[in-house]
Design a binder for this molecule. Structure first.
Ligand code: ADP
Ligand code: MG
Length: 581
């Protein structure tokens, strides 16, 4: 594009772009030969297909781990069976096995898990095309003009650690900004403080105490906290602040923007986030601040509505991946001044298959941005996803990722499949409406619909969630029950447990209950065939967050891999047939 090159300005400035010419020196030693896409896919497929085999090998090794003789006969036998493996592969596998033998069983498990995680990690970087083309790597976080107030800066680091301990905030990263316990000390303008007051929000939640200062400082961040813990304000309030600053310095002109982009996995969530932004915009305006314009780019809302705002110059865009990609593709919006990107519910985003879309969206950025990721579950998977996109990120983790909200009383009831609908009616008596009922299968939803009118997910004050059946994975369970017990209120979750539920998810459930300090009913122990649930060790599956199994036995990962494998096969087939004609 025909933009002028100039001296590197601070990255928050609009119109001018950071383009360091010194970075063009290529490191020839790092040259890697090109491997055709088809070949790479095949390799990946083989890797996926071999996961089960590798896991079996490791358990076999564990049995014979006392024997450290490298000339061991058993290993020869194992190799004899695999005559169809090339010598080179055999050599590297033998080397790997010899190394593995030197490790203890625990180390081996850790290494195995790492191996699987790496194989599901992304091969394509989350970067802009310009960055990719020029090999630009950003080394330093974006700098903002915000600083913690002096009274906080003067406090010793021990005070910061103590606050984090008290609030159970875990942080990782370089130079983590101090936690701040009041909104006043975060130096928000009057309008935002009034907006908070009107919502009855008096003091920041733990994720806000640590997350807001980090975002205000311009740091990239991974924020992990349970549902209902107030993550939305962590990324909306600082964004409003930088937009105000930008607007005051240099008002946005026609077709300029967005400066900040928030991507959500669902329309519902995008709408709610947009409403929260509008709420604070209104209060800022009432205190005489300039207007911050935001628009909603989601399916179901006319593009023209969004374009009207874009044409006036837009500060904030809240979008779902599909609609946003469409608008970018048609060049209706550009991300050339976008310097703030937030992905909310990033775990859901990956689960819903938006990963490729997000990569495409990243390719439209033309300069460094502040990147934020928020999620309720699965830190490791998110970290894989984000590794290439975040610069010196601060990770803020409140409570175990994937843990159930402690405000929800989890009740389980054994019910035969035939009796469920009738039983549901009894469950509905537990609390006053609204009640949210979840079911895995569409047919069941239709059947339940005869009794109930479902209005969607955005009820305020849901006191009771009913699971008509146990979801297939524990994450969904945590998400479903997280619809109640929000903002410190108490909630009830009732789950109708029939014979159909998988024993793996039931194990995860038993551990989850135990972790939340709730009683594990004896019928559940009977169902999983265990006398009791061991005390939580804070670990579990690093892929789905389930506490009842390790990543090596994760049913969810297996399902995802099967799907990927079949997709790769199909795409190759389509490519072949297309080439034939
Ligand atoms: P999450 O995204 O972490 O699931 P939300 O940001 O949606 O949580 O917030 C959940 C609810 O908590 C909202 O109704 C919000 O208004 C409220 N809330 C947010 N921050 C606070 C706070 N500091 N004090 C009290 N309530 C809050
Ligand atoms: Mg949220």
């Amino acid at each position: 594009m025909g933009d002028k090159q100039s001296e590197p300005p601070p990255p928050v400035k609009r119109y001018r772009r950071e383009e360091k010419s010194s970075e063009s020196e290529e490191d020839i030693d790092n040259y890697e030969p090109y491997v055709p896409v088809r070949e790479r896919k095949k390799q990946q497929l083989m890797k996926l297909g071999r996961l089960g085999q590798v896991a079996a090998e490791v358990s076999a090794e564990t049995k014979s781990s006392s024997d450290n003789d490298p000339d061991d006969d058993t290993s020869q036998e194992e190799w004899g069976r695999r005559y169809n493996v090339s010598l080179l592969d055999q050599h590297s596998e033998l080397k790997r096995l010899a190394e593995a033998r030197a490790l203890s069983a625990a180390e081996r498990q850790a290494r195995e898990e790492q191996h699987i995680l790496e194989s599901v990690a992304q091969s394509k970087a989350l970067m802009g095309v310009a960055e990719l083309a020029k090999g630009i790597q950003y080394e330093e976080p974006i700098k903002t003009s915000w600083k913690p107030p002096r009274c906080i800066l003067e406090l010793p680091p021990e005070r910061h650690d103590r606050v984090r301990d008290q609030l159970r905030i875990l942080v990782e990263g370089e130079d983590v900004p101090p936690p701040i316990r009041t909104f006043q000390h975060m130096k928000f303008p009057k309008g935002i403080l009034r907006g908070l007051e009107e919502k009855g929000i008096k003091k920041p939640t733990p994720i806000q105490v640590q997350g807001i200062p980090a975002v205000l400082m311009g740091r990239d961040m991974i924020g992990i906290a349970f549902t209902g813990s107030g993550k939305t304000l962590v990324f909306t309030l600082p964004l409003l602040l930088v937009c105000l600053e930008q607007e005051i310095k240099m008002p946005f002109i026609r077709n300029e923007g967005p400066y900040g982009l928030i991507i959500c996995p669902s329309r519902e969530l995008a709408k709610q986030t947009h409403e929260i932004i509008q709420h604070f915009v209104k209060h800022l305006k009432m205190t005489g601040m300039p207007e911050i314009r935001s628009c909603l780019a989601i399916g179901g809302v006319a593009v023209s509505e969004c374009m009207e705002v874009v044409q006036r110059g837009v500060h904030v865009m809240v979008a779902t991946p599909g609609r946003l990609m469409d608008m970018l593709d048609k060049k209706m919006v550009r991300l050339n001044v976008c310097r703030y990107l937030c992905m909310d519910e990033a775990d859901r985003m990956i689960d819903m298959g938006f990963e490729e879309d997000v990569r495409t969206i990243f390719s439209y950025f033309t300069g460094q941005r502040q990147t934020l990721l928020f999620s309720a579950t699965m830190p490791r998977k998110i970290q894989n996803f984000a590794r290439s996109a975040l610069v010196k990120p601060v990770t803020v983790n409140v409570g175990r990722a994937g843990a159930a909200s402690l405000n929800v009383r989890q009740e389980l009831e054994p019910v035969k499949a035939e009796a469920r609908t009738v039983h549901l009616l009894q469950c509905l008596q537990k609390t006053p409406p609204p009640v949210l009922v979840f079911a895995e299968r569409k047919q069941d939803v239709d059947a339940i619909h005869e009794y109930l009118l479902l209005k969607g997910l955005d009820f305020a004050n849901i006191q009771h969630v009913i699971n008509y059946d146990m979801p297939e994975d524990i994450e969904n369970y945590v998400h479903r029950i997280g619809r109640t017990g929000r903002a410190g209120g108490e909630g009830v979750a009732t789950t109708l447990l029939g014979r159909a539920a998988e024993s793996s998810v039931l194990k995860d459930l038993a551990h989850l209950l135990r972790e939340a300090g709730q009683k594990v009913p004896s019928f559940l122990l009977d169902m999983i065939g265990e006398p009791d649930v061991p005390a939580p060790d804070g670990q579990g599956c690093s892929y789905c967050g389930g506490l009842g199994h390790r990543i090596t036995e994760c049913p969810k990962l297996e399902a995802v891999q099967n799907k990927q494998a079949s997709n790769i096969g199909r795409r190759d087939y389509l490519a072949n047939t297309a080439a034939d004609y």
